[in-house]
Design a protein around this ligand. Structure first.
Ligand SMILES: [Ca+2]
Ligand SMILES: [Ca+2]
Ligand SMILES: [Ca+2]
Length: 236
């Protein structure tokens, strides 16, 4: 019966694209976390644009660019999101940010260690951060009690929470202290390590018929916590 189910899934949802591999290079210069991606260090990094909708693997309606880099102190990431209707519901730390527009980053540093990390940043710069072991073991509230000293900034190109006009989109920039990952990787140097990663985005807009949930990973089940289809990220 299980095989029949898998075959049906392929018929209805289309074949998954190959899982992509990414490199994480050292930043070529300083990165200021201000929501502007105008540093030479960002411009030196080709954007990752291979976002696909969860389950269907269709191309999302609105484009997303993701970049990642590191130095001796931080792991940096940025998103540039086309979005005609930028909206958010929450401001407080660790709220259910996935219920409105948000970008998401999932990282599992060591494949045989269950610890993984989730970071979400909304266009109003609200932050959700969690160190997780299993999303079924007490839910998101249990693991979201973990906070790190992540630095974030977001900028909206348009008007936040006004559905009547048309926005261009928003950008998010973040720096995670490498100390946040100590529990998983200890003091091991990043160079040469390969992590599992998924960049993702939830997009709700009046111009879209339904919520648009997309990721660089192959998420056949619809849950970002299914890590089989995550990308790999090698530190150079
Ligand atoms: Ca910047
Ligand atoms: Ca938290
Ligand atoms: Ca939106």
């Amino acid at each position: 019966m299980r095989l029949v189910g898998l075959a049906m899934a392929v018929v209805f949802f289309g074949a998954a694209p190959p899982i992509q591999h990414f490199d994480c290079n050292r930043a070529t210069g300083p990165i200021t976390v201000d929501g502007r991606l105008d540093e030479p260090a960002w411009k030196a990094i080709p954007p990752i644009t291979s976002f696909r909708e969860l389950k269907s693997f269709a191309a999302p309606a609105e484009k997303t660019e993701f970049r990642i880099a590191y130095d001796d102190a931080y792991l940096y990431f940025s998103f540039r999101c086309d979005d005609a209707d930028v909206f958010t519901l929450y401001e407080e730390r660790d709220a259910n940010l996935w219920e409105s527009d948000v970008v998401e980053l999932f990282l599992q540093p060591v494949s045989d260690n269950p610890i993984y990390y989730e970071f979400e940043i909304a266009p109003n710069n609200a932050v959700y951060d969690a160190r997780m072991v299993n999303s079924g073991s007490g839910g998101f509230r249990r693991w979201a009690k973990w906070n790190c000293d992540i630095k974030t900034a977001a900028r909206v190109d348009g008007t936040l929470n006004d559905w009547r006009d048309r926005d261009s989109g928003y950008t998010v920039e973040a720096a995670i202290p490498l100390a946040a990952f100590r529990e998983a990787i200890g003091d091991k140097p990043l160079k040469g390590q390969t992590w599992k990663i998924a960049a993702a985005r939830m997009n709700f807009s009046v111009t879209l018929e339904a919520e648009d949930r997309s990721s660089t990973a192959n998420i056949a089940s619809g849950s970002m916590h299914q890590k089989d289809g995550y990308n790999t990220l090698t530190f150079k």
